[in-house]
Ligand binder design. Sequence first.
Ligand SMILES: [Zn+2]
Ligand SMILES: [Zn+2]
Length: 131
Amino acid sequence: MAATHEGGCQCGAIRFEATAAPLGAGYCHCTKCRGATGAPIFLGVAFPRAAFRLLRGETKTYRSSERGIRHFCGACGSPLFFELTDTPDRWEVLVGALDDAADITPSVHVCTASRLPWFDVLDSLPRKAAL
Ligand SMILES: [Zn+2]
Ligand SMILES: [Zn+2]
């Protein structure tokens, strides 16, 4: 039985669930992820697209690059999901949007070439300069 992860935005207008095990989680240091989150680093967890559904509300989307689409709540602005058009079988959920992310284990840092110099990464996870 696969674990179900539920989550939503801060105001509660949008609720979602993912009913399969996560495919993996990773930190991204790129400038677009910083812009979309307002944070120095992004942490997303991927789920199979087929196991993922909205329970309430509809997201607004913003195309942040040719292949990247970001979903957020139009009422409270919470960033929620990230999809890449070249991997449509998986969506990434921002870990902060999950009700309980205690079992999500990040496994990689990507786009570390864009890392803010004062943001020290002290873990021993693999690092990739680009995506
Ligand atoms: Zn909201
Ligand atoms: Zn990024």
